[in-house]
Design a protein around this ligand. Structure first.
Ligand SMILES: C[S@@+](CC[C@H](N)C(=O)[O-])C[C@H]1O[C@@H](n2cnc3c(N)ncnc32)[C@H](O)[C@@H]1O
Length: 324
């Protein structure tokens, strides 16, 4: 081969190599950890790009969906897992198709626009209009609710406490026995809104089927929450099934505590929104580095119950499981 041809071939090879690596930076963030590992073992450059993807994933579980980054921290020596993989939604979502993918770990992930927290609206509903003494007050039609999609006030309204995403510094830390957990990365005063429980909203039939599947696969860490509201005489009048196992937000990392923990759960309704949302508030002052926990419910004796390691004085020894 003459010298000129050789030179052209080398130049072409270099250009196609560069193009491949540019594409790799775009498609690697779509891969799950096992796929990323396979690709990274093929050559040094792909290894380097994968390493960058992993370090960006570790720096923010929320992928830029929340205003504040929520980093992973794994203090367990010898444990190679730097982060936990799932798809992120900051609010309630419908069932996602099994092949749905989302990029995580690219360098242009910052999202500034707050997500719309309302999945369905009530057609023709009327909320508040220009409340003279501010929204949420005695004369506001939303005094027992949060303002919502049928109100004229904007996202800065004081009566939309739970609709602007995570506003406190948090982190996800791994514990040898309980796995990943949500921790305060700053002092959180009692009463402060912490986060919504976001995930796929399911019918009770779907929730039951998924729970059965999760019970059968011991290595899974399911995050299916069932919240029921009761009438004064005991009957269930409302039930929300939210599954954050495959797609969810930071609340999917909140571990159980038999003493009720330091979070309380509130069902929040908004004017003009069809579905209520499940939200967590600090039930007491929470110190920096303290784990955030709540009670998953009443303990039922059942086969294959998972052990509880909450360390509360009144620990029942096994985790509650939802009787779906
Ligand atoms: C909603 S997830 C919480 C996050 C989970 N630790 C993880 O690593 O993804 C629920 C699962 O966490 C674990 N878990 C939660 N609270 C626990 C506790 N008090 N003791 C032991 N395991 C716990 C159980 O495996 C449970 O099925």
């Amino acid at each position: 081969m003459e010298e000129g041809q050789q030179y052209r071939r080398k130049t072409n090879d270099r250009r196609s190599g560069e193009a491949l690596f540019r594409c790799a930076a775009i498609f690697l963030p779509y891969l799950n950890p096992a796929e990323l590992f396979c690709v990274s073992s093929t050559c040094k450059t792909l290894y380097q790009i994968s390493k960058n993807v992993t370090s960006r994933r570790t720096s923010d579980v929320s992928r830029g969906f929340e205003k504040l980054p929520v980093p992973f921290h794994n203090p367990i020596s010898g444990d190679p897992q730097p982060y936990s993989y799932f798809l992120y939604t900051p609010t309630q979502t419908l069932r996602t198709p099994p092949d749905f993918r989302q990029p995580w770990g690219s360098d242009h992930e910052a999202r500034s626009d707050p997500s719309d927290p309302f999945l369905f609206r009530v057609d023709g509903a009327r909320g508040c209009e220009s409340c003279s003494n501010g929204c949420g007050g005695d004369n506001c039609p939303c005094s027992n609710l949060e303002c919502g999609p049928s109100c004229t006030c904007d996202s800065g309204c004081v009566n939309r406490v739970t609709q602007c995403g995570v506003n406190v510094r948090l982190k996800i830390t791994k514990d040898k026995k309980k796995g990943w957990g949500l921790y305060a990365a700053e002092f959180i005063p009692g009463g402060r809104f912490v986060c919504e429980y976001a995930g796929e909203v399911l019918s009770s039939k779907e929730a039951k089927e998924r729970q059965q599947k999760y019970d059968e696969v011991a290595r899974l860490t399911p995050a299916l929450l069932v919240v029921k509201e009761h009438l004064p005489f005991g009957n269930t009048c409302m039930r929300m099934n939210i599954d954050a196992t495959r797609i969810g937000n930071i609340a999917r990392f909140i571990n159980h505590s038999c003493d009720g923990g330091n979070l309380h759960t509130l069902i929040v309704r908004s004017s003009g929104a069809l579905l209520p949302r499940v939200c967590f508030f600090a039930s007491t002052d929470i110190e920096e580095n303290e784990e955030l926990t709540f009670s998953y419910g009443d303990v039922r004796l059942r086969p294959n119950a998972r052990p509880c390691f909450c360390a509360a004085a009144a620990c029942a020894g096994i985790l509650p499981s939802e009787d779906t």
